[in-house]
Write a protein that binds this ligand. Structure first.
Ligand code: PMP
Length: 386
């Protein structure tokens, strides 16, 4: 049976992306591959809305993208501020500490996001080199107020790293205009490619800070010094080698980035907002409470929802039995109390209706009959038709 994949990554990808993966493997010195890699790098810069940034495409997952940012910007003893919205902000802190940073957290209770004033109060104390923020924390579905936070970081002359793994190409973001130093992501979510690529766009300011560092980068594979000449060469139409690039995935990335740019960044952000609105209308009609504490901090790329009274984590399996794959909780303090539904990349109105319908049927099958069949689907329909 065919399941609709609605977990918060990896997500369903376009048939043309899959076709690129099934084409004969190209060598990294192949003229066609060189052109494709160069184009993919240019396209990544456009997707991040970062004309001034240096793109990096490296074989690895999102965690490597995080390490590619941290390892190059942090030296032992540097102070870093982590705007903490959940599990993946904790992971960023873990990576920062491994690279010798002294980490201060600005936290909100689960489901909330620290605001710019809280972050400003901490940065004003001085001494910070770097601020990190998780654009959408996939454990809580919290959307951080990134534009305001970046303003504060720039005001205090602090470098910024934004983890866009669950946001890039789904949530509104303009790297150059908002002044982010590193925007990092991975291939498997709203970027629309299977897992396997770590993606970064790095500002000239961050490259300057890296060039001025005194301590060597404490990882060979993550050192920008190894990758920068490779990225520059491919973009200039020449081959180069440090470590074998994942040629098939890079070809798939180029196809997906082409689709993203053809849709248009603003149209794509708006489609994600529209689908998220329809989902939220359905959740509200079904009496399902969001983990994010307000709509202002609710992500457009996924929903995190508390199980209603009398319903437990077996709901996820019952929804699967209805043909839709969703995910359980992830935040360590709450993970048995909520579930998550991804809605990114190719998400359409048909996916919204199928998913809400499957969740309704699963709730009913489990004996939870707080709302009549069709209540959630009708609310989503009304939102989609508005
Ligand atoms: N950051 C965020 C916000 C994520 O959602 C994830 C993965 N779900 C990661 C980082 C880590 O990415 P990966 O699992 O690809 O290493």
């Amino acid at each position: 049976m065919r399941d609709l994949l609605m977990i918060p990554g990896p997500v369903d990808v376009d048939a043309e992306v899959l076709q690129a993966l099934s084409a004969p493997v190209l060598g990294h010195l192949d003229a066609g591959f060189i052109a494709t890699f160069g184009r993919a790098l240019k396209r990544l810069r456009e997707v991040s809305l970062a004309p001034s940034a240096q793109p990096f495409v490296v074989s690895g997952s999102g965690t490597l993208a995080m390490e590619l940012a941290v390892a190059n910007l942090v030296e032992p003893g540097d102070r870093a501020l982590v705007v903490n919205t959940g599990y993946f902000s904790d992971r960023m802190a873990h990576i920062l500490e491994r690279h010798g940073a002294q980490v201060t957290h600005v936290r909100a209770p689960p489901g909330g996001a620290p605001d710019a004033a809280q972050v400003e109060a901490e940065l004003r104390k001085g001494g910070f080199k770097l601020m990190t923020v998780t654009h959408v924390d996939t454990s809580t579905a919290v959307l951080a107020p990134v534009e305001e936070l970046l303003k504060v970081a720039r005001h205090h002359g602090v470098l910024s790293v934004v983890d866009g793994v669950c946001a890039t190409a789904g949530e509104s973001f303009q790297q150059d205009a908002w002044g982010a130093d590193v925007y990092l992501t991975a291939s498997q979510k709203a970027v629309g490619v299977p897992p396997g690529l770590a993606l970064l766009t790095v500002s000239p300011r961050a490259l300057d800070a890296w060039r001025k560092r005194k301590a060597p980068v404490a990882s060979v594979y993550a050192d920008w010094a190894e990758w920068l000449p490779v990225m520059e060469a491919y973009e200039a139409g020449k081959p180069s080698y440090f470590a074998t690039p994942p040629t098939s995935l890079v070809c798939a990335l180029d196809v997906s980035l082409g689709h993203i740019l053809a849709e248009g960044m603003e149209a794509r952000f708006e489609r994600h907002r529209r689908m998220a609105r329809a989902f939220r209308a359905a959740w509200s009609a079904l009496g399902l409470r969001l983990l994010p504490t307000s709509d202002a901090v609710a992500a457009n790329t996924l929903s995190a929802l508390y199980y209603p009274e009398g319903v437990d984590a077996s709901l996820v399996g019952r929804v699967k039995a209805q043909g839709v794959a969703i995910a359980g909780g992830l935040h360590p303090e709450l993970k048995t109390r909520y579930f998550r539904v991804g809605h990114m990349n190719r998400v359409t109105a048909a996916d919204v209706l199928s998913t809400v319908g499957a969740i309704e049927r699963a709730l009913h099958a489990g004996g939870h009959r707080a709302s009549a069949a069709g209540t959630g689907v009708a609310a989503a329909q009304a939102s989609l038709s508005a």
